[in-house]
Design a protein around this ligand. Structure first.
Ligand SMILES: [Zn+2]
Length: 64
């Protein structure tokens, strides 16, 4: 278990009923700024697939 980045969490609340996209983008940012909880293999896979899809569309040059 890592350290929580309280400031980041305060400024970046997860939307109440997040779409998949919102959830993925939140987690992507979360990974960069905070490690209060480990990334599960399931989430990692979801993120990989999400980012791969987005990169294909040329929307982001996403590095995780
Ligand atoms: Zn966190």
């Amino acid at each position: 278990m890592g350290k929580i980045n309280k400031e980041w969490h305060r400024a970046n609340k997860m939307p109440k009923n997040p779409t998949r996209e919102e959830r993925m983008l939140w987690h992507r940012e979360h990974l960069k700024h905070c490690d209060c909880h480990p990334v599960t293999p399931k989430l990692q896979k979801e993120l990989d697939e999400f980012l791969k899809g987005r990169m294909k569309e040329g929307e982001i040059n996403g590095n995780l």
